[in-house]
Ligand binder design. Structure first.
Ligand code: DX5
Ligand code: ZN
Length: 214
């Protein structure tokens, strides 16, 4: 299992130290939650702060856009050369065009689905993307409870991926911990995001990351 801790649960007063801590703790990617106060009822960070994150990080960035006007935000973050940029399908009228744009900028395109959005809705886009991010909470905040129907969704998505693009990864984001990691693994999930579980773990960040690497 690949692990992408979310810096949303970091202490922002010491952000670069908290980014270094997850890198030293063995994470695979650094997950960056970009919220605009419109698509979700929360506002987070822009390119100035994410540039500082990129400087502190020894691991590639996984940028999760939770915004209106995806194309504008892709332009803002592309110069930071993230590995992935994911956008919400619920907020995109022309996903195929946006995927081509992300790819043309040398970034791996990914699509995010809210908890209610069926995996079949992106069947004809799977051939063009490198990852699907399944939300297991309503996007906007860290520390929410895991929505268990994501397990069934991941299983359905895995079958579609095997048919359309076996190289496409499945990532799950929200309420991930050692309590649900085995279920996610069994459902075919390749990568998990974890914020509060990693940064709030009483046994430390490295222990938390290790416990998700099943
Ligand atoms: C929620 C974000 C998540 C969040 C996860 O909108 O997309 O990445 O930070 O936090 P936890 O792991 O605490 O649910
Ligand atoms: Zn996220």
């Amino acid at each position: 299992m690949l692990v992408a801790p979310s810096i949303l649960s970091a202490e922002f007063g010491q952000l670069s130290n908290d980014v270094k801590a997850i890198c030293e703790g063995g994470c695979d990617y650094v997950h960056v939650d970009v919220m605009d106060g419109h698509f979700v009822p929360n506002l987070t960070i822009g390119p100035v702060v994410v540039e500082a994150v990129a400087k502190a990080s020894t691991k590639p960035l996984d940028i999760h856009l939770m915004v209106e006007n995806n194309s504008f935000f892709v332009d803002l973050f592309a110069p930071l050369k993230p590995e992935f940029i994911s956008f919400h399908i619920e907020e995109e009228k022309h996903p195929h065009r946006l995927i081509q744009k992300i790819r043309s900028l040398g970034i791996r395109p990914a699509i995010t689905l809210n908890p209610h959005t069926p995996p079949e809705s992106i069947e004809y886009l799977l051939g063009d993307i490198d990852m699907v991010l399944l939300m297991s909470v309503n996007p906007g905040f860290g520390g929410q409870s895991f929505i268990p129907t994501v397990i069934e969704k991941a299983t359905k998505l895995k079958a579609l991926i095997q048919k359309r693009n076996p190289n496409c990864l499945i990532e799950v984001d929200g309420g991930v911990s050692d309590k649900n990691i085995s279920l996610l693994k069994d459902a075919g999930v390749d990568m998990v995001v974890a914020g509060s579980y990693v940064y709030g773990n009483k046994n430390g960040i490295k222990y938390a990351i290790d416990s998700l690497k099943v």
